[in-house]
Design a protein around this ligand. Structure first.
Ligand code: PLP
Length: 407
C-alpha cells in the first residue's frame, strides 16, 4: 500500500482537530447573524468579537485594527487598491519586489497599467532585497511599500524591521509631508507559523495573514490596518468590519481562524526547532544521494523560514517528477500553488538567477507540523528512483525532442 506524504504545506495545511472542534457549534447551533438584534445574533456577535480580540492580542493590535476578509488574496487587494483609492493625485509610486505572491504582484501590475509608478526592488541569489536600494527608492512620491515577509516558494525572510526603521526615518525627514505616508504593507501569510508577527515589533501599517496556511479553515483571512491609515473599502454594503469590508461575518470560520492562530502561536518554537532539524537532515541526505541537486534560497536559518525546501535537479522536468512522486503518494509542488498550471517558469526562481530551464527543473517540498523523519526517509528512498526513471525515459540527447522546448 502506498503511503500518503503531504509536503505541500505552503500551499495549504490540514485543519487542526482542535480548530474543527472550536468551530463545531457555530454551524447549526449558534448560527445567528452577528448584525441581528436578537439573542441568536448576539451570541454570534460575541463569538466574532472574542475571536477578533484573540487575533488582535496575538498580533499586538487593537480590536478595530483587524479586518476579516475571505482570503489573503482579498486582504492583499484591499491593502493595495484600498490605499491607492484614497489618493487624488495619481502621480505616486509603489515600492515592491520581484518575488511577490500573485495576490500582490497582479494588483500592482494593474495599477502600473493604469499609469502608477512602480519600483521593483531586485533580489540577490537568496531572494533578499538590498536595503540601500530600498533607501534610494524611497522618494516623496512613494505612497505604499508592499513586501512579502517570508517567500512562499523559497522561504526567504525580508528584513521587515529594518525596512520599517528606514521608513520611519524617511517620514521624519520629509518635512511638511504627512507623517504616516508612505504606508508599509507586509504579506505575512507564510511567516505566521514561524516568525514574530507582532505588528509593533515589525513596525508595519498593514499586514495580511491567512487561516488555511496555519491549520485553520479555508475562506477566511485578515488584514491588520493600523489606526490612522487612510484606506477605502473595495466591497460596499451593510458596513461590517468597521465599514471596510461589508458582508455577513463568516462566524464559524472566524472562530476557527482565531483558534488556529492561537495554536500556531503556542507551538511556534517547538515547530520551528523540529522543522529546522528535519530540514537539515533532509538536505544533507539529499546531497549525498543526488550530488547534482541544488538548494534554492538562503542557507542561513536567520534569512529563511524552516519549512520550505526548494530544489533544482538539473535536466529533470518538474512536472514529470511531480507526477511520478504523486504516484508514490508524495505530494510536493512546483512552487506557488496558484502558478502550478502555468507553463511559465517561476518568477521567483528566475529573479534569484536561475535559468528558465533550471526553474522548470525545480520542485518545492514544504513541511508541516505533522511531517515526520519517517516521511522524509520515504521521500529520500523514492526520489532518486524517480529521477533515474525519468532519466531513462528521456535520455539527455533526446530531451529537446521529447519536450519540444529549447529555451
Ligand atoms: N500570500 C502568500 C505569500 C501566499 O503564499 C498565498 C497563498 O499561497 C497568498 C498570499 C494567498 O492566500 P489565500 O489563498 O488565502 O488567498
Amino acid at each position: 500500500m502506498t503511503r500518503e506524504i503531504y509536503l505541500d504545506n505552503a500551499a495549504t495545511t490540514p485543519c487542526d482537530k482542535r480548530v474543527l472542534k472550536a468551530m463545531e457549534p457555530y454551524w447549526s447551533k449558534i448560527y445567528g447573524n452577528p448584525s441581528s438584534f436578537n439573542d441568536a445574533g448576539r451570541e454570534a456577535r460575541k463569538a466574532v468579537d472574542q475571536s477578533r480580540q484573540k487575533i488582535a492580542r496575538l498580533l499586538g493590535a487593537k480590536n478595530q485594527e483587524i479586518i476579516f476578509t475571505s482570503s489573503a488574496t482579498e486582504a492583499n487587494n484591499l491593502a493595495i487598491f484600498g490605499i491607492i483609492k484614497t489618493i487624488k493625485n495619481k502621480n505616486c509610486k509603489i515600492i515592491t519586489t520581484l518575488v511577490e505572491h500573485a495576490s500582490v504582484s497582479e494588483p500592482i501590475k494593474k495599477l502600473m497599467e493604469d499609469g502608477l509608478k512602480i519600483h521593483y526592488l531586485s533580489v540577490n541569489k537568496d531572494g533578499l532585497i538590498d536595503l540601500n536600494e530600498f533607501k534610494k527608492a524611497l522618494t516623496p512620491e512613494t505612497i505604499l511599500i508592499s513586501i512579502i515577509c517570508a517567500n512562499n516558494e523559497i522561504g526567504s525572510v525580508q528584513p521587515i524591521k529594518k525596512m520599517a526603521k528606514i521608513i520611519k526615518e524617511f517620514r521624519k525627514s520629509s518635512l511638511g509631508s504627512d507623517e504616516k505616508i508612505p504606508f508599509f504593507h507586509v504579506d505575512a501569510v507564510q511567516a505566521a507559523n514561524h516568525l514574530d508577527i507582532n505588528v509593533n515589533n515589525l513596525g508595519v501599517d498593514l499586514m495580511t495573514i491567512s487561516s488555511h496556511k496555519i491549520y485553520g479553515p479555508k475562506g477566511i483571512a485578515s488584514l491588520y490596518v493600523r489606526r490612522g491609515t487612510k484606506i477605502e473599502p473595495l466591497i460596499y454594503g451593510g458596513g461590517q468590519e468597521f465599514n471596510l469590508r461589508s458582508s455577513t461575518e463568516a462566524v464559524p470560520l472566524i472562530v476557527g481562524f482565531a483558534k488556529a492562530l492561537e495554536i500556531t502561536n503556542n507551538l511556534q518554537q517547538i515547530t520551528y526547532n523540529k522543522q529546522e532539524r528535519l530540514r537539515t537532515y533532509f538536505v544533507n541526505e539529499l546531497k549525498k544521494i543526488l550530488p547534482s541537486v541544488k538548494i534554492n534560497g538562503p542557507e542561513n536559518p536567520q534569512n529563511r523560514i524552516p519549512n520550505i525546501i526548494n530544489i533544482t535537479i538539473p535536466e529533470i522536468e518538474n512536472e514529470q517528477l511531480l507526477l511520478h512522486l504523486d504516484k508514490y503518494g508524495i505530494h510536493a509542488s512546483a512552487g506557488s500553488a496558484c502558478a502550478s498550471y502555468d507553463i511559465e517558469p517561476s518568477h521567483v526562481l528566475t529573479a534569484i538567477g536561475l535559468s528558465k530551464e533550471e526553474a522548470r527543473s525545480s520542485i518545492r517540498f514544504s513541511l508541516g507540523k505533522q511531517t515526520s523523519k519517517a516521511d522524509l526517509d520515504y521521500v529520500l528512498k523514492i526520489l532518486p528512483k524517480m529521477v533515474n526513471k525519468i532519466e531513462g525515459l528521456y535520455p539527455k540527447d533526446l530531451k529537446e525532442h521529447y519536450y519540444g522546448r529549447a529555451d
